[in-house]
Design a binder for this molecule. Structure first.
Ligand code: PEP
Length: 250
């Protein structure tokens, strides 16, 4: 069965609830009836409620950008899986490079969060990717192998059924530099190979692997033409409804 493409927006720390409302009022009519790709928007926590109310009755899903792995507890400032589910969130980004880089998120934390999301029934989008120094030192394959191995640790194929992976070379995020479709495709094959080892070949055949890193209306078509690329995780270009709709309709 072919893998259904998924186009996801990561708004990072942009837009308040008023701006979220305005985004969806413009965006939803532009993608009404679009069924070829799944569409997910991941706004900041504070906007989730408004976003979920707005997408009701549409084909657009809403995800969070992070979660805590415990079910509840004394963790000031954190949000747990049950809270996300209760307001109607279906997806969650885990291990984004900005979380790894600025908030000390380790491969082990990514693993805890992935287990918690799967356990709760959320669809996790786990981000992996090398930084520029690692690519230049020829370490890309080692880094991707390590990140996948540690993220998937002690998770069964059955539990991982909803898993989605995003390959996001850190040097391409917010820099305007996009990986070439071929380079992205090679990384995706490697990730798929790791998923085959961790879970099973059948699992990895069905695993959706998104590409992220300066995806724009102008370059999305070339990326999506690669059979290894099953969608996109879009940062900057997802903030404007017209540009995100153009990406969705590549
Ligand atoms: C991202 O934040 O995941 C991302 C890929 O950002 P950008 O599209 O701005 O490079």
């Amino acid at each position: 069965m072919p893998r259904k493409p998924l186009i996801a927006a990561n708004w990072k720390m942009y837009k308040n609830p008023t701006q979220t409302l305005a985004f969806f009022q413009e965006f939803l009519p532009m993608v009404a009836g679009h069924t070829r790709d799944e569409i997910v928007v991941c706004p900041p926590y504070i906007d989730l409620y408004v976003a979920i109310a707005e997408v009701k009755g549409s084909l657009v899903a809403v995800g969070a950008q992070d979660l805590h792995w415990e079910k509840e507890g004394a963790y000031t400032g954190e949000i747990c899986p049950g809270m996300l589910l209760d307001i109607g969130c279906t997806h969650v980004i885990i291990g984004h490079s900005e979380r790894r880089q600025y908030f000390g998120e380790t491969d082990d934390i990514v693993n805890f969060k992935l287990k918690a999301a799967l356990e709760a029934g959320l669809t996790p989008i786990v981000c992996v990717g090398e930084v520029l120094e690692e690519r230049e030192a020829g370490l890309t394959e080692d880094v991707l192998r390590r990140q996948c191995l540690r993220a998937f640790h002690a998770i069964s194929a059955k539990k991982a059924a909803k898993l989605i992976v995003a390959y996001e070379p850190v040097w391409a995020i917010g820099t305007g530099k996009t990986a070439t479709p071929q380079l992205a495709s090679e990384a995706h094959s490697l990730i798929r190979g790791e998923a085959a080892k961790a879970f099973s070949p059948v699992f990895s055949d069905n695993l959706r692997i998104l590409y992220g890193g300066s995806v724009k209306p102008e370059n999305v078509k070339g990326l999506m033409a690669e059979t290894e690329i099953d969608g996109a995780l879009v940062g900057g270009a997802s903030l404007d409804p017209k540009s995100f709709a153009a990406i969705v309709k590549y």
